[in-house]
Design a binder for this molecule. Structure first.
Ligand code: FAD
Ligand code: SF4
Length: 511
């Protein structure tokens, strides 16, 4: 055999460079399901099902081409870990070369390199052309920069790919409409009727996978009852079309809005399809830009959406490879507290957290502001261990793959890398959540109270955080005001906050 072509579970595209020179006479495709991948972190059932169903749909496409194919199923005998299964496949086929696109996780790269070394097989590792900025290009960009900030990278990508550009200038004369992307839903009427996203009745392949997941991982968190994610290219394209036609128009305005029992708002729900390569980022960006150019959506919405994909998604991926493996250990604030049990059940008295966690367990999904400003914000304020928090985020979302999860969690949400990704920590008191949502109206806590029994944990712990890091915050122009505001509080109040915060931090499980 010339080449054994390994297609990983997050590389499900026939445009993959791994398959570019495929010759059925002398090559073979290899795909591996491994239960160890579902237990490396205690994965949500929907996350496991998403990967397995999408892999099996892709496998049907390989089979339809009548290519030589080795598909290792979850309950096949032999080792259950990826490493053991890969080595067994190399032994079975003894190819001259293992050909694979660079994986989305540093750990998997180590496994592949190690297996090839131990089996004496040469490894051909290919650039992942799904991404619009290669790892090498990102390193070159980062080398020339004093500070690694999204905004500069995003402008470069806009210019390079001529996205939303009028020649050398951004369309509309402005690079960024972030300030227009922060509205809350109207407090009196709420979100109103939001057109639903595309959601798919499980087909026989998915139904078989759902049963398999229930059988093998019965005690894993989350539910499969509402599973309707796009699991093949046709469904992913349909989901994209529905989003562009019905939901993109209001995406920009309500990007940061939250409301009880409104789990998806105007968001696209395309992250899992993108991350498994069922969609190409270029076609998603083109669809959004075309909708703007044809006058179907505003520039604010199109730009706000494109920024997430051409900007954030590529930036985050570049940062992951730039900072691994150290990123996994990053802990700027030396936070060590254990994750409260209610992260896995949603049984907390904090209404914002309860709503975000309950929908996470039901769907494997929460939108960005819930992840960043409800869950991540709490984790920072409650001084939770970044490693435990990152493992939780990796386990619990259908779109979670380490290259995108870890920089978002450690780098963005927890400020575990200091100012490397952002110029200030993303921390906020209950006042922010109260402004952006209706959560507080139905909560046992009061966002305006810093002390006392009904003090909102976000508010108390926010002021505790500011007091603890006062000197550093005062020295940074982006956070100086936060530190200054502390001086508006009397010394009694500061003592009260310190006391209440100590009680909360000691009994996080009871919040
Ligand atoms: C703590 C934390 C953990 C996260 N973990 C993940 C993860 O495991 N996987 C993941 O795909 N995203 C992750 N994100 C980013 C973001 O929250 C999700 O991409 C988004 O919520 C997915 O929902 P959506 O498809 O409806 O996105 P939309 O709001 O509709 O955004 C459109 C697309 O832009 C991309 N995007 C938006 N924000 C980001 C971002 N910050 N980083 C990278 N891509 C982005 C996604 O591909 C998304 O589908 C995380 C964010 C935080 C704060
Ligand atoms: S009062 Fe505090 S804990 Fe309750 S919903 Fe509002 S922000 Fe969340």
């Amino acid at each position: 055999m010339r080449e054994l072509v390994l297609v990983l579970g997050d590389q499900l595209s026939f445009a993959s460079p791994a398959l570019a020179d495929f010759e059925p006479e002398q090559d073979r495709v290899l795909m591996i399901e491994a239960s160890g991948e579902a237990t490396a972190v205690w994965s949500h059932k929907a996350r496991i099902a998403m990967f397995l169903s999408a892999m099996r749909h892709f496998a049907n496409g390989v089979a339809a081409r009548s290519w030589p194919f080795d598909y290792v199923q979850l309950d096949d005998p032999g080792p259950s870990e990826m490493a053991g299964r890969l080595r067994a496949a190399l032994k079975r086929h003894r190819p001259k070369t293992l050909r694979v696109v660079e994986p989305g996780e540093w750990r998997i790269l180590q496994i592949i390199e190690d297996a090839c070394k131990k089996e004496g097989i040469s490894l051909k590792l290919l650039d992942d052309t799904h991404f619009m900025c290669s790892r090498h290009e990102f390193v070159q960009w980062a080398k020339a920069k004093k500070e690694l900030r999204l905004e500069f990278f995003y402008r470069l990508m806009r210019r390079q790919y001529q996205v939303l550009m009028d020649g050398a200038e951004p369309v509309g004369g402005q690079w960024n409409f972030d300030a227009e992307n922060r509205s809350a839903y109207p407090k009196r009427t709420g979100p109103g009727d939001i057109p639903p996203p595309a959601w798919f009745e499980p087909d026989p392949v998915t139904r078989e996978v759902l049963a398999l997941v229930e059988k093998h991982f019965p005690d894993h968190p989350g539910s499969l009852d509402q599973f309707g994610w796009p699991v093949n290219r046709e469904q992913a394209l349909h989901a994209l079309a529905v989003f562009i036609k019905h939901r993109l128009a209001q995406f920009g305005t309500y990007q940061d809005a939250m409301w009880t029992d409104t789990p998806v708002g105007w968001h696209s729900l395309l992250s899992a399809a993108l991350n498994l390569h069922l969609l190409d980022p270029r076609e998603v960006i083109t669809a959004a830009e075309t909708a703007y150019r044809e006058g179907r959506v505003s520039l604010e919405s199109a730009e706000g959406f494109i920024r997430q994909i051409l900007g954030w998604r590529e930036f985050i991926r570049g940062m992951y490879w730039l900072d691994m493996p150290g990123l996994k250990e990053a802990n700027h604030f030396a936070h060590q507290r254990t994750l409260p049990d209610w992260f896995w059940t949603g049984q907390t008295q904090m209404a914002c957290m309860r709503d975000s966690l309950k929908q996470t367990l039901a769907l494997g999904y929460a939108h960005h502001i819930q992840r960043l400003m409800v869950i991540g914000n709490f984790a920072t304020l409650a001084e939770l261990s970044p490693q435990q928090v990152a493992d939780w985020f990796l386990a619990i979302y259908v779109d979670a793959i380490e290259w995108v999860e870890l920089p978002n969690t450690a780098g963005m949400a927890l400020h575990a890398c200091g100012n490397r990704f952002t110029s200030k920590p993303y921390v906020a008191s209950g006042a922010y959540i109260s402004r952006q949502s209706n959560y507080c109206a139905g909560c046992r806590y009061d966002p305006a109270q810093r002390t006392g029994d009904s003090a909102c944990p976000y508010t108390t712990l926010y002021w505790h955080f500011i007091a603890k890091h006062e000197k550093t915050l005062a020295g940074n122009p982006r956070t100086a005001l936060m530190a200054k505001n502390l001086h508006r509080l009397s010394s009694e109040e500061r003592a009260g906050i310190a006391q209440r915060a100590a009680g909360m931090l000691k009994h996080l499980d009871a919040l």
